[in-house]
Design a protein around this ligand. Structure first.
Ligand code: AMP
Ligand code: MG
Length: 482
């Protein structure tokens, strides 16, 4: 027995939210990445799965016991423009009930065409699927809410993009795949659909609100609270999602849809990696306001639930949306305090943080390594020339630390827990993907091993902590890979 234990509550939502979808068989499935610890957490017997032909299951050639594959319908604002979408290449097998009683979606990404494929081929290329595997697992290890990656199989079939690439299927594990765009899709229909989806979302992700007065406003507020926390977590590690369209924002509060994402090296709020983000809409520094913009689209879609009077509904929605900046700021500032080893709160903390960031931006200092050096007390030693500005800032930090009761060792321990020593460096990710597409998976496995314990400061691995530059003086670029 492999341990599959599927339920299918999403499929009980009205028809407009989903369509049956069978994975399309692939020629020659081969399991190239398999997340054994995650399999165990899901209640799956990794050995049995491998024995029973894991590659075939994760390619969609054979369905696991109890699976009832569907594609989900949704809409979304892409770079600000509304469009109807849906799973064009992803197929939901069902909701696995884990040994701890959690309910998680098991989805095959790249499993073939569905009702919503439009002109797409329903397939995915190996590079982007491995990229999602690496970055999502790194995010998880960093302690940031995220979808997970259970497996990647190659299909033995080419996919045609700008060139012929190896095809692959990723098995994604998610709290759910309900997106802001799913609510936008519901709103294209009727208030019954909106209510059904809101009730479902509430029951699945926010059951504590079941009896809340004004439950739908409470739901909006709770979703917003999770997003404020999530985006703060991104900012605190320098993660740039790259394509924060409303269909790529999960109502569960997990990071979802790893496309052109990457981690910032030199601190610069204007950092953009995606080759298609010409306007910088989804730049690092824009992520908080974009999240709020996306939540406004969610609120708009839910309006009929807030009040029978339209003006009153808008007023109430705005009152919730207006909470975002302050909520975000609080999470961010508390996180920054931890990164500086501060346990207490003082009014000038934001200035202390912002002055360090301004210094980093001016010097093009590496975001991760600056905090890492600060953690080990080596930031001043690391700069080759005397830097009076940094010295002055250091004195302020020392004075600030002196005003809290905690001992320096406690401050350092706090910093170690909040300043990763290792993030998925762009050059390491590229190297791993290059090797993998040439059929050498050892480089990726080593990278995954390093990224599995990002807060382990004891290891000295310059190869994994050196910032990577783009090639030939060009900035690093990422591609959607769809
Ligand atoms: P994304 O940019 O990955 O968030 O995808 C946006 C939309 O395009 C989603 O509805 C996807 O299902 C769809 N899509 C992306 N790639 C493909 C493909 N190769 N075939 C069909 N649909 C696709
Ligand atoms: Mg998407």
């Amino acid at each position: 027995m492999a341990g599959w234990r599927f339920e299918h509550t999403y499929a009980e939502l009205p028809q407009l939210f989903h369509a049956p979808a069978a994975p399309t068989e692939v020629r020659e499935p081969r399991l190239v990445a398999f997340n054994r610890p995650l399999a165990a957490a899901l209640g799956l017997d990794a050995e049995a799965i491998e024995r029973l032909g894991g590659a075939a299951i994760f390619a969609g050639n054979g369905l696991p016991q109890g699976a009832k594959p569907i594609a989900q319908a949704y809409a979304g604002h892409q770079f600000g423009h509304f469009t109807t979408l849906g799973d064009g290449r992803a197929i939901l097998l069902g909701e696995q009930i884990t040994p701890s009683g959690a309910r998680v979606d098991i989805q095959l990404k790249g499993a073939g065409r569905t009702n919503y494929s439009r002109r797409g081929d329903g397939r995915a290329a190996l590079g982007p699927m491995l990229r999602e595997y690496i970055i999502s697992e790194a995010m998880h290890a960093l302690g940031i809410p995220t979808t997970r990656s259970l497996a990647v199989v190659t299909t033995g079939e080419p996919v045609y993009r700008e060139a012929a690439l190896q095809g692959a299927v990723l098995t994604r594990v998610a709290a759910s795949h309900i997106r802001v765009g799913t609510m936008e899709w519901a709103a294209r229909n009727d208030s019954g659909a909106i209510r059904a989806l809101a009730d479902y979302t509430l029951m699945r992700h926010y059951p504590e609100l079941a009896d809340a007065p004004d439950r739908y406003l409470a739901l909006l507020d709770a979703i917003l609270a999770r997003q404020a926390s999530l985006i703060a977590r991104w900012q605190l590690v320098g993660f740039v999602h790259g394509v924060m369209n409303t269909d790529n924002m999960a109502l569960s509060g997990e990071t979802i849809d790893y496309g052109p994402c990457a981690f910032m090296d030199a601190y610069d709020p204007a950092t953009v990696f995606s080759s298609i983000d010409h306007g910088g809409r989804y730049a690092y520094g824009n992520q908080p306001p974009i999240a709020q913009w996306n939540l406004a689209r969610l609120a708009e879609a839910m309006l009929p639930l807030f009040d029978s009077d339209a003006d009153r509904a808008i007023e109430r929605a705005i009152a919730v949306l207006d909470l975002f900046p302050l909520r975000f700021e609080q999470h961010w500032l508390d996180g920054m305090r931890a990164k500086l080893g501060l346990f207490t709160r003082e009014d000038d903390d934001a200035a202390l943080v912002n002055d360090l960031l301004a210094w980093m931006q001016q010097r093009s200092a590496d975001f991760t390594n600056t905090f890492r050096l600060l953690t080990s007390g080596r930031l001043l030693d690391a700069s080759t020339n005397a830097d009076p500005e940094l010295e002055a800032w250091h004195r302020r930090l020392a004075a600030r630390r002196g005003r809290q009761p905690q001992a320096p060792a406690e401050a350092e321990a706090l910093m170690r827990r909040h300043n990763p020593a290792f993030i998925p460096r762009n050059h390491n990710v590229e190297e791993a993907l290059q090797a993998a597409t040439g059929n050498d998976y050892s480089v990726m496995e080593r990278l995954l091993e390093v990224l599995a314990t990002p807060y382990d400061h004891e290891r000295d691995l310059p190869k994994f902590s050196a910032p990577g530059s783009g090639t030939g003086g060009q900035p690093y670029r990422t591609f959607c890979g769809t």
